[in-house]
Design a protein around this ligand. Structure first.
Ligand code: BG6
Length: 488
């Protein structure tokens, strides 16, 4: 079996995690600019001050209550402020991506650079220019840009003004942002993704925690607005350029029953539906699925769905399905003790058949094949794997080498698994690894949770030269791409 000739071998970066330049050239802050550095087992937090002037820390992925305001504290190092300084070094970095032979680069555009204070206050020309230059640079090396519009980085300005996605007004804000991107980069970009891991808002409601009803209510309302916004911009992208291909993107954690108790089978099936298919069904089919009302009833929530929303959803069906895949999880109705996966973002129970990463994420290449078949069987639509990779501690040797054989093993096994699925008939159009270069971890805020093919010499306190060094995996992936997946 051979990979298709046009197969999009690539890798990923994300604006908030690699650029830095957090307040340069008109950009306003985003939540991660207030993010602390977490650890192997701990998520990062964000720093706030309340109405009475008390400073505190709040869970990074949760919405700040209205009496809390983003605030920088003197005693923290805010790692995203400089990140790995892609903002100043993008030419050097993209040259390395070119040398690796990437056919595509998944990157995101920072909303806060384009519209620092909402669309009514105007476009920031310097922000538009920055991405124009980045995209042109990609083209110079024949790298096809694959652009994600919304990747965990709404301007804090919009969060404070509207309460973020809890407010319907965000649909219009996002629409205007997308319009600028589609028009400005019309000749440079064909592949777009509207929202990164859009299902993230649904996931917390189905974890075994007692989430207050109001949190589910709020998350699902936000999600509805995001789904409508996504559909509207899919249509817009098609109207502006009929060649545009627009995808949805969700976080896919394969869910297995922990035991062969049929109740475990049912709950794992339901979990997949609730956490993943709920959003993909809407984005692919243009309407909420048959089981949506049941979810809303169970959670005791109601959504503000207008007739126009339903029309918008139908008009904005996606062209391909993208998803991230890092790990699988085991679900059970039974009581288990001490078995919960412990790492940040891990959910469910440990799988005795799998190895776990340093961050306790289950490494499961077969799970990727499982997910590919599940998705293709359900939708018969082109699939694109965006984000698959291993976060690990790398060591820079005295002669500036990084022998990351564990990363090569991880990627090789996942590529093999994808290859099997393609052999069996699944239509996969591309594979982009997380990440092209080391960058700041989204959940733990560490740079030392490294994913890249290129090592960046810095630590979690920002010490280091920021020099780039090619890891062993760099040379390996170059060979994989050159041989179109033959030489693994
Ligand atoms: C994905 C996110 O879920 O996981 C990325 O889209 C993130 O932004 C990646 O970086 C890896 O997770 P983490 O938390 O280790 O950075």
């Amino acid at each position: 079996m051979k990979f298709p000739k046009e197969f999009l071998w690539g890798s990923d970066i994300a604006a908030s995690q690699c650029e830095g330049g957090w307040n340069l050239d008109g950009k306003t802050p985003i939540a991660s600019d207030y993010g602390t550095v977490g650890s192997q087992s701990g998520m990062r937090m964000k720093t706030y001050v309340d109405d009475n002037g008390n400073q505190g820390l709040y869970p990074f992925f949760a919405t700040l209550p209205s009496n809390y305001h983003y605030d920088m504290h003197d005693n923290y190092y805010y790692i995203n402020h400089n990140a790995v300084d892609f903002y100043h070094r993008y030419k050097e970095d993209i040259a390395l991506f070119g040398e690796m032979g990437l056919k595509t680069l998944n990157l995101s555009i920072s909303w806060a650079r384009i519209f620092p204070k909402g669309y009514e206050n105007g476009v920031n020309k310097k922000g538009v220019e920055f991405y124009y230059n980045v995209l042109k640079e990609c083209k110079k090396y024949d790298i096809e840009p694959l652009v994600t519009l919304h990747k965990y980085d709404i301007p804090v300005y919009l969060e404070e003004k509207f309460g973020g996605w809890s407010n319907r007004q965000m649909i219009e804000e996002f629409y205007q942002f997308a319009k600028v991107c589609f028009k400005e980069y019309k000749d440079l970009v064909r592949y777009w993704v509207t929202f990164n891991e859009i299902n993230s808002l649904a996931i917390p409601s189905f974890l075994p925690y007692d989430l207050p009803r109001e949190v589910s209510q709020n998350n699902f309302s936000q999600l509805h607005y995001q789904l409508v916004a996504s559909a509207k911009v899919v249509k817009l992208a098609h109207d502006i350029n009929s060649l545009n291909q627009v995808g949805c993107m969700f976080s896919s954690l394969a869910y297995y029953p922990l035991t062969c108790d049929p109740k475990d089978v049912l709950i794992s099936q339901e979990t997949f539906r609730n956490m993943c298919y709920y959003t993909t069904d809407v984005q692919v089919r243009g309407q909420y699925p048959y089981y949506a009302q049941n979810i809303w009833n169970k959670l005791g929530i109601t959504l503000d769905i207008k007739q126009q929303d339903e029309r918008d959803l139908l008009d904005g069906k996606v062209d391909f399905i993208a998803f991230s895949y890092y790990m699988s999880n085991c679900i059970t109705v039974h009581k288990v003790d001490e078995d919960m996966a412990k790492g940040n973002l891990s959910i469910g129970n440990r799988n005795p058949y799998l190895q776990y990463s340093e961050w306790d994420w289950a490494m499961d290449p077969d799970g990727l094949k499982y997910v590919l078949h599940e998705l293709y069987g359900r939708y018969q639509m082109p699939l694109l794997i965006i984000e698959n990779g291993l976060g690990a501690t790398d060591v820079l040797t005295n002669d500036y080498k990084i022998h990351d054989v564990y990363r090569i093993d991880y990627l090789r096994q996942h590529i093999n698994s994808m290859k099997q699925a393609i052999t069996e008939g699944v239509n996969v159009i591309g594979y982009t690894t997380w990440s092209a270069i080391d960058l700041v971890s989204a959940s733990s805020g560490q740079i030392t949770k490294r994913y890249g093919f290129i090592y960046v010499d810095m630590d979690d306190e920002g010490n280091g030269t920021f020099n780039r060094y090619k890891k062993d995996s760099f040379y390996w992936y170059k060979k994989v791409i050159e041989s179109n997946g033959e030489d693994l």
